[in-house]
Design a binder for this molecule. Structure first.
Ligand code: PMP
Length: 431
C-alpha cells in the first residue's frame, strides 16, 4: 500500500517489541489506534522530522506539544549546550531554577510561587495533593475528555450516569484510589451545580483543562469556565487549571489570560520544558506554603529543577517573550483554518482551532464534550492518518489527539499541509 520506504522502521519496531512493551515508552506512540506501525525517528530539525528510512515529514505533532519553536531552535540548543558544561544535575538549589520561576511568575498572574517537577503527570498529582491538603477535603471533580496524566486518582472513567464515582480506567488502580474522584461531562453547568449542592462541603478541587485538548479540541464557552470559577469559590473549593498543553502555547498567560480566569492552582508541562522533561505547579504564596518543607503536604523529586531542563525551558520562554511568536502563530493558524475549512465542510468535517492548536473533527460541528464526539470519525481518521503520512505530514497517531503548528513553520508549510489534507480527504470518503 505504501509507496514510501519503511523497511528500517519496521525492522527496528520488531526489535523494539522484544525490548519494550509494544516497542514504546508511551502507549499511543505504538500507532495502534491508526492500525499502523510506528516510524522510528532519526532527527528533528526546525519544522521537520526525518525517519530512519530517510523520509522527511512536516511535524504537526511537535512531540505532543512542547516544540512550539520547532526542533532544535538555535537559542534553545545554545542554552542547553552551555549549561551542560557546568554539570548535568546537582540535587541542590541553583540560579537556573530561579530564572525559570521568575519567568513563569511574571507571565502568569495567578502564580506567586512555583515548584518544578519532571512531567505533567507529576504536576497534576502534586497540585491535587496540595488541594486536598490545604482544604482538608478529599473529593476531586474532573471532566470526561480531559486528561491529567496517569496518576492513580486521575485514571477514572466517566460512566453512563451523569456523575460517576470510582470506576478506574486502568487495571492496577484500586477502587479506593478513584473513590474520591468524580467525573462530570463538560459543557453542562447543571451537573456541576447539582454535585456541589449535594457534596459541596467535601469537594477539595475542580480540575479542568481550560482548553481541553486530549479528546479532540473541545473548546469551552467562556461563561462555563467563569461559572466553574464562581461555584468553586462559593463552596470553598479550589479551581485547578491544567495548562500542561495550553500554558505558554496559547500565549504567555495561557488559557487563564484568554478567558480572564484566576485559578487557585495551575499546572504546566510541555512548552515550559522546551523539549526536556519538566512540569510545574503553582499558585498563591499562601497556598504554596502548604508544600513540604514549609508545610505538611509532601512532594519531592531527585531531578526536579534539573539545570539542563531549566535552561531549555528558560530559553524557550525568552524567545516566546522577545519575538512575536504568538501573533505569527495566530496568523498561520488563521490562514490554515480559513483554507482548510471549505474542503472539510464538503466532507462533513470541520476544524477546531485556538492559536496554534488545531483538531480536524470528522463531524459537521466541533463538539464541546466527549459525549458528542462521533465515533465514526475515528474510523475515518485511521485512513486519513496513513494518507497524510504518505504525503509527508506527521500527525499524531490518534484521532483524539490535536495537531500543533510551530514557529519554525512558514507560509509554504501551511500550503503543503492544506494541500495534503485536501488530497488525503479523497482517500477517506464519507462512510
Ligand atoms: N495534563 C494534560 C492536559 C496533558 O495533556 C498531559 C499530557 N498529554 C498531562 C497532563 C500529563 O503530562 P505528562 O505526559 O508530561 O505526564
Amino acid at each position: 500500500m505504501s509507496g514510501m520506504a519503511r523497511k528500517r522502521s519496521q525492522q527496528l519496531y520488531e526489535q523494539a517489541c522484544i525490548l519494550m512493551p509494544a516497542g514504546v515508552n508511551s502507549p499511543v506512540r505504538a500507532f495502534g489506534s491508526v492500525h499502523g506501525q510506528p516510524l522510528f525517528i532519526q532527527s528533528g530539525q526546525s519544522a521537520y522530522l526525518k525517519d530512519v528510512d530517510g523520509n522527511r515529514y512536516l511535524d504537526c505533532c511537535g512531540s505532543w506539544g512542547p516544540l512550539i519553536l520547532g526542533h532544535g531552535h538555535p537559542v534553545v540548543l545554545a542554552a542547553v549546550r552551555e549549561i551542560c558544561e557546568n554539570g548535568l544535575t546537582f540535587g541542590a538549589p541553583h540560579e537556573g531554577e530561579m530564572k525559570l520561576a521568575e519567568a513563569v511568575i511574571q507571565s502568569y498572574p495567578a502564580v506567586e510561587q512555583v515548584r518544578f517537577v519532571n512531567s505533567g503527570t507529576e504536576a497534576v498529582m502534586s497540585a491535587l495533593r496540595l488541594a486536598r491538603g490545604a482544604t482538608g477535603r478529599s473529593l476531586i471533580v474532573k471532566f470526561s475528555g480531559c486528561y491529567h496524566g496517569h496518576s492513580d486518582c486521575m485514571l477514572v472513567e466517566g460512566g453512563s450516569g451523569l456523575a460517576t464515582f470510582g470506576t478506574s480506567s486502568s487495571a492496577g488502580v484500586p477502587t479506593g484510589a478513584v473513590a474520591d474522584t468524580c467525573v462530570l461531562p463538560l459543557d453542562d453547568e447543571q451537573v456541576v451545580e447539582d454535585l456541589f449542592q449535594s457534596r459541596g462541603e467535601d469537594i477539595a478541587a475542580v480540575v479542568i483543562e481550560p482548553i481541553p485538548a486530549n479528546a479532540g479540541l473541545l473548546l469551552q464557552r467562556e461563561e462555563y469556565l467563569q461559572f466553574l470559577r464562581q461555584i468553586t469559590q462559593r463552596f470553598g473549593a479550589l479551581l485547578v487549571l491544567d495548562e500542561v498543553i495550553s500554558g505558554f502555547r496559547v500565549g504567555l498567560g495561557g488559557a487563564a489570560a484568554r478567558y480572564g480566569l484566576e485559578p487557585d492552582l495551575v499546572t504546566f508541562g510541555k512548552v515550559i520544558g522546551g523539549g526536556l522533561p519538566v512540569g510545574a505547579f503553582g499558585g498563591k504564596r499562601e497556598l504554596m506554603a502548604h508544600i513540604a518543607p514549609l508545610g505538611p503536604v509532601y512532594q519531592a523529586g531527585t531531578l526536579s529543577g534539573n539545570p539542563v531542563a531549566m535552561a531549555a525551558g528558560l530559553a524557550t520562554l525568552r524567545v516566546l517573550c522577545e519575538e512575536d511568536v504568538y501573533s505569527r502563530l495566530e496568523d498561520l493558524g488563521q490562514r490554515f483554518e480559513r483554507e482548510v475549512t471549505p474542503r472539510l465542510k464538503e466532507e462533513g468535517a470541520c476544524c477546531a482551532r485556538i492559536g496554534s492548536i488545531f483538531w480536524l473533527a470528522f463531524q459537521p460541528k466541533a463538539p464541546r464534550s466527549l459525549e458528542t464526539i462521533e465515533a465514526e470519525g475515528m474510523t475515518r481518521y485511521a485512513g486519513f492518518h496513513a494518507a497524510m503520512l504518505e504525503r509527508e505530514i506527521y500527525l499524531a497517531p490518534s484521532g483524539y489527539e490535536v495537531g500543533f503548528l510551530n514557529a519554525a513553520m512558514d507560509e509554504q508549510d501551511i500550503t503543503t499541509l492544506v494541500d495534503a489534507i485536501d488530497s488525503s480527504l479523497t482517500v477517506v470518503p464519507r462512510g
